[in-house]
Write a protein that binds this ligand. Structure first.
Ligand code: HEC
Length: 363
């Protein structure tokens, strides 16, 4: 694997955050008579445009959009922000369409687009149903769409075909086998296929050749390297200490632990326990102790004249920030969050455990 530097990691974490925001943004659908979903259509608009002032710590006008129990309460003006079934009686709607920029929300920003406004209006008219965060909704097996076509190899393809039909598109013909093997290899192991792998696949016309190729790539050691790289970026893994001196750092055994965890298909709860507290499990193994190096990836300042206590505290804060950034990201709760941005939107928990963890981490 290549040498990773702290600035690279920051850049990657930033790109992942943006990717998450873009994904949220393109989820919004066109308005109309079709039912509007709070999670899919409305939450992204409010998160993006309102939560900085109306969620968690800042509750301008006594109005918070963070929890269901707050949203339907009268605010400072005494006007109900949302009257389910009636956009015109809802202060929230009145304020996003207000003709006077001084009153129009979002304050001191461009108005919402006509499409966003219509979605919010339609959502209120349809009863303003609040949905809990999707990460807390138990997944249920949806009905598989019935299709006339014999296109597709598995039930997921039926959903794809349905969406294609909605957009008046038809499936593309299947790609050539050379292209398939290249794509698959880049996806699963992050490397182009070896000439030998290509030949094997091209020369195997038997049923299930593609599935066997998938299995082969999934069991290759490079699979773990490819997928560990994503986690190592989030865990701010680096082969050097950061700051001005940026001396080399020897922490590759943690890198190898992560690669191995992917290759062994370690369950996510175990993956989490061992990294956060591998030293606290009963009779920890050497490997479990190595896993806790997750907490040791903070930058270290070895410049002359620095105050040790200052950088010890910086390391503790970084550790807590990282833990809260990577776990909400993987649970799909937030596009990144940080201890040091208190008026940033908060996750959907009413008790914010950061200060407690800061204390534990510091001890
Ligand atoms: C930059 C900060 C800021 C942003 C962003 C913002 N607001 Fe506000 N909002 C305020 C302030 C300050 C007030 C209180 C003063 C006022 O009523 O104009 C307020 C008041 C309100 C009120 C009235 C509360 C009452 O007392 O009746 C509503 C409703 C509201 N905002 C909705 C929204 C919505 C919806 C969005 C996003 C589309 C939004 N706000 C974005 C700052 C903001």
């Amino acid at each position: 694997m290549s040498i990773v530097t702290p600035s690279n990691i920051r850049k990657n974490a930033f790109q992942i955050t943006w990717l998450a925001i873009v994904c949220l943004a393109i989820c919004s659908c066109e308005p109309g008579t079709k039912p509007v979903s709070y999670n899919q259509d409305i939450r992204p608009i409010l998160n993006e445009n309102c939560l900085a002032c109306h969620g968690g710590i800042k509750q301008q006008g006594g109005f918070s959009l963070l929890f269901e129990e707050d949203v339907y309460q009268p605010t400072e003006s005494g006007k109900p922000p949302i009257v389910p079934g009636n956009r015109n009686k809802s202060e929230l709607y009145q304020r996003i369409v207000h003709h006077d920029a001084e009153y129009r929300m979002p304050q001191e920003a461009a108005p919402l687009t006509a499409e966003e406004i219509e979605l919010i209006g339609a959502w209120i008219d349809q009863g303003a149903n609040w949905e809990t965060h999707w990460a807390f909704i138990r997944p249920e097996m949806p009905a598989i769409p019935e299709t006339e076509s014999d296109w597709g190899n598995n039930p997921i393809d039926a959903f794809i075909l349905e969406k294609l039909a909605d957009a008046a598109l038809a499936p593309q013909p299947e790609a050539d086998r050379e292209i398939l093997v290249r794509r698959l290899s880049l996806d699963l192991v992050g490397l182009p296929p070896s000439p030998q792998l290509v030949d094997e696949f091209l020369e195997d016309p038997s049923e299930g050749a593609y599935e066997r190729l998938v299995d082969k790539l999934l069991t290759s050691p490079q699979y773990g390297e490819r997928w560990a790289a994503l986690w190592l970026d989030l865990a701010r893994y680096a082969d050097s200490n950061g700051y001005e001196k940026d001396h080399p750092r020897n922490i590759w055994r943690f890198r190898d632990w992560v690669i191995d965890a992917f290759n062994r298909d370690m369950p996510f709860d175990q993956f989490t326990i061992e990294q956060l507290a591998g030293d606290l499990v009963e009779h920890p193994s050497q490997e479990q102790l190595i896993a806790t190096a997750f907490n040791r990836n903070t930058m270290t300042n070895t410049e002359g004249g620095t105050e040790d206590e200052e950088f010890r505290v910086a390391a503790v804060v970084d550790r807590v920030n990282t833990t809260f950034e990577v776990y909400p990201i993987v649970a799909g709760l937030l596009p990144g969050n940080s201890l040091q941005t208190p008026n940033h939107m908060l996750p959907p928990w009413s008790v914010w455990p950061c200060p407690a963890l800061l204390w534990v981490d510091s001890a």
